[in-house]
Design a protein around this ligand. Structure first.
Ligand code: MMA
Length: 171
């Protein structure tokens, strides 16, 4: 019995200790939007590097499309063809640290805030508000997922540390 108790105490101790030396860094915010469209995820694209630029297509009502540059590589475009395509490039080493917006059945508005204090708003002020931010300190937007068809139906935000294994990333 004593042995068993000792083992339990030891195991517990090891678990707590492992937790302390390996802090968590990944978190997820979402999904914001409706249930239509086809699913997409940029989880593989994050291996190309940090987010360095974003293209958003907007029309008078909706966030229509999305394309994201990871390191030097652009993701596939998702969404429809109406409206105008807008492009922003982040500065070297700059990261998105907050994303807010509005949605109903589709995404209506997106606002990105960076760790250099810049913010980039897109779309219209209609619908339910959301406010997405990372759970863990010093983590940033690493990739997007969601659903799309002729517009962006829904969107989610994946946060983690800025990648350190990327020589051309400016940090
Ligand atoms: C398409 C189809 C739907 C989706 C809408 C909006 C027009 O229908 O993909 O499932 O909800 O586009 O993106």
């Amino acid at each position: 019995m004593f042995c068993f108790t000792l083992l339990a105490v030891l195991c517990c101790g090891i678990t707590i200790h492992a937790g302390a030396i390996q802090p968590r860094s990944s978190s997820y915010s979402g999904e914001y939007g409706g249930g239509g469209g086809k699913r997409f995820s940029h989880s593989g694209n994050q291996l190309d590097g940090p987010i360095t630029a974003i293209r958003i297509r907007v029309n008078r009502w909706y966030i229509v499309g999305l394309q994201v540059r990871y390191g030097r590589e652009w993701s596939n475009y998702v969404g429809g063809s109406s409206g105008d395509l807008e492009e922003i490039f982040l500065h070297p080493g700059e990261s998105i640290i907050q994303a807010s917006g509005k949605y109903k059945s589709y995404v209506r508005k997106l606002v990105f805030v960076t760790d250099k204090g810049r913010y980039f708003p897109y779309g219209v002020d209609t619908g339910i508000s959301f406010n997405a931010a990372p759970l863990y300190p010093n983590t940033v937007l690493r990739y997007f997922s969601g659903s799309s068809g002729s517009v962006i139906d829904a969107i989610g935000f994946h946060w983690d540390y800025y990648p350190t294994d990327c020589p051309s990333c400016g940090k």
